[in-house]
Ligand binder design. Structure first.
Ligand code: OOG
Ligand code: MG
Length: 264
């Protein structure tokens, strides 16, 4: 079901993408469109994706969000969402990232997957994801909701591409064989201080389950996850706000670490 017209969907996509490109916060779109539903929201997200592709950006993969209890409680919502990742969102490991490129950035500790085979729902499961995984590595996602005070409902955040804005991968690339992703310990450090810690199971019981759910959610719109996709499986702990001068590091057990430094 959808409640918005094609014209409204196009207009809201432009509104939210401009807010992202101009680093400007806006009020959540459900304030003006209280009846809009999940289909409307993903339609808006897909129009934003098409706008970026039309400008020559490449979609390198997807991110799942709100997949851990820590994140759901932090944001006051109760189910996972997905967004797309453009090549323009990538930040090089250990580089300096200006905070001025964002509205109110936060960092998240995530496990990233790179796939070697297409994954197609419905019915995609953990075993299929593990069989289709080329490697995993630690990642930092930089999220930056376009909504004032980072406050939103599920429909608003889906339309806003699940707050996607930056990501960095690094550490050690590892195949999944011999790796227990559920008990994999992850530490999120700010300025060398371990602030958040958790294990992989915090993400929907198993980070690969997050990738499976992504394939199943994409299938609801007739889409699949292409081979060679990068997938961020969702923050394992709560997200942390960053300011100029901060360094964020994610350490994942046996997978090394990845860091970024923020400047003015
Ligand atoms: C939505 C995106 C959440 C995650 O990993 O949970 C997300 C938000 O909290 O702004 O990326
Ligand atoms: Mg995330």
């Amino acid at each position: 079901m959808s409640t918005l017209s094609q014209e409204q969907i196009k207009q809201l996509a432009e509104h939210l993408e401009n807010a992202q490109l101009e680093c400007r916060e806006v009020i959540k779109i459900t304030d003006d469109h209280p009846d809009m539903d999940f289909d409307d929201a993903y339609d808006i997200q897909r129009v934003i994706r098409a706008r970026k592709q039309a400008r020559g950006e490449t979609i390198v993969g997807y991110k799942m969000g709100l997949t851990s209890r820590a994140k759901m409680e932090q944001m006051g919502v109760d189910s996972p969402v997905y967004g797309f990742l453009s090549d323009r969102f990538e930040v090089q490991e250990s580089s300096a990232v200006p905070v001025s490129r964002f509205i109110h950035p936060k960092v998240e500790a995530e496990i990233a997957f790179v796939t070697k085979r297409e994954l197609k729902g419905p019915g995609c499961n953990v075993a299929q994801v593990l069989a289709a995984t080329e490697f995993v590595m630690p990642a930092i996602e930089i999220i930056d909701s376009r909504y004032k005070d980072f406050r939103f409902d599920l429909v608003s955040v889906i339309a806003d591409n699940a707050s996607s804005s930056g990501f960095v991968t690094g550490g050690t690339v590892s195949g999944v064989e011999g790796l227990d992703l559920r008990s994999l310990g992850v530490v999120l450090e700010i300025n060398g201080e371990p602030v958040e810690t958790a294990a992989g199971a915090a993400v929907l019981g198993h980070p690969a389950n997050s990738v499976a759910q992504l394939a199943n959610m994409l299938a609801e719109h007739g889409e699949s996850l292409p081979a060679g996709s990068l997938v961020l499986s969702g923050a394992i702990t709560a997200a942390l706000a960053v300011k100029p001068g901060d360094t964020a590091t994610v350490r994942a057990q046996g997978l090394g670490s990845v860091s970024i430094r923020f400047t003015e």
